[in-house]
Ligand binder design. Structure first.
Ligand code: AMP
Ligand code: MN
Ligand code: MN
Ligand code: MN
Length: 292
């Protein structure tokens, strides 16, 4: 049997809410022993050309990537797209629509934080934003840490910015159907990101997986930075039950904040079909170095 691949198919750069550039991430992934990599910025593919070029330059195989924000049964669900055509016009337009309401939402988040006495967070968060179209909760979290309101971003998301807490603003993202369609019509594979992070009932989760499959979704993240071993085992069983391929990705955002380093996750359970087996013809292979 072949040795398992060190694939890391989920991480973020300054083009969304990460702190490293696409080039820094490629080099870090390489140094961590990753051989197949994807940059999956939130709702944005503006970093894809740089990521693919940097991957080729340091000898990494590359898959195009994105993580689309979706609203499903009143919760935010993330759908990762892999191996799509980065020049697809409908995908670009869909992502642009999805990014649309972020600035207004950020102003409302800041207004809500001001109501509990935390001032200036819109301007504060903006200092951390690498892409003006993509202000996210993570940028607010960094400012709340900088100003000593919280000791780290984990504390921020426990006390603020999440449902029922100050700074949370309900938002309508893309539909599940549209997100899956944008990805698959661009010749990519749609993958349910970090499924254990959602707070669905058993019936709601069944609806998510059933509808996702029905729209043409083909994969699920089984091994991710935010899954425990038990959660990975649970979603391995669900992948088999639904006939979904399995993905593996750290969801790395920053050397200072991320608990999971690039390329350091457990291997996928052997009984599963890795997403990269189905995406073999979509992988941009690193040039083979010339022999000395
Ligand atoms: P947004 O797209 O603006 O809603 O921001 C979502 C991002 O905030 C996620 O991609 C994570 O990077 C971060 N985030 C959200 N919830 C949490 C949480 N509970 N703990 C840590 N980071 C979180
Ligand atoms: Mn993020
Ligand atoms: Mn996510
Ligand atoms: Mn992510």
């Amino acid at each position: 049997m072949n040795a398992p691949l060190n694939a890391d198919l989920h991480c973020h750069s300054v083009v969304s809410d990460g702190t490293l550039t696409p080039e820094e991430l490629a080099q870090r992934a390489k140094a961590q022993g990753v051989t197949l990599w994807a940059l999956t910025d939130h709702d944005e593919i503006g970093g894809q050309a740089r990521a693919a070029a940097a991957a080729a330059a340091c000898g990494l195989d590359y898959l195009s990537g994105v993580e689309i924000s979706v609203t499903f049964l009143h919760q935010t669900v993330h759908i990762v797209g892999l191996g799509f055509d980065v020049n697809d016009a409908s995908l670009a337009e869909g992502l642009q629509q999805t990014r649309g309401g972020r600035s207004q939402r950020a102003r409302e988040m800041a207004a809500d934080l001001a109501r509990v006495g935390i001032q200036g967070t819109f301007e504060g968060a903006l200092k951390y934003v690498g892409n003006p179209n993509l202000i996210s909760r993570t940028h607010f979290a960094r400012y709340l840490v900088e100003t000593g309101v919280c000791k780290d971003t984990y504390e921020v998301f426990r006390k603020y910015l999440t449902e029922g807490k100050p700074g949370f603003v309900e938002h309508r993202w893309a539909s599940l159907k549209d997100a899956v369609r944008w990805i698959t019509q661009a010749a990519g594979m749609a993958v349910i990101a970090h499924p254990a992070r959602y707070k669905f009932s058993a019936n709601e989760e069944l609806a998510l997986f059933t509808e996702f499959k029905g729209h043409g979704g083909q994969g699920v993240e089984v091994v991710t930075g935010s899954h425990s071993a038990a959660e990975s085992a649970n979603y391995a069983a669900i992948a088999l039950e639904f006939g979904l391929a399995a993905s593996r990705g750290s969801d790395f955002h920053s050397p200072d904040e991320s608990r999971t380093e690039l390329g350091t996750l457990p291997d996928l359970p052997v009984q599963l079909t890795p997403v990269w087996d189905l995406l073999a013809d979509r992988i941009q292979r690193a040039p083979i170095p010339a022999q000395a």
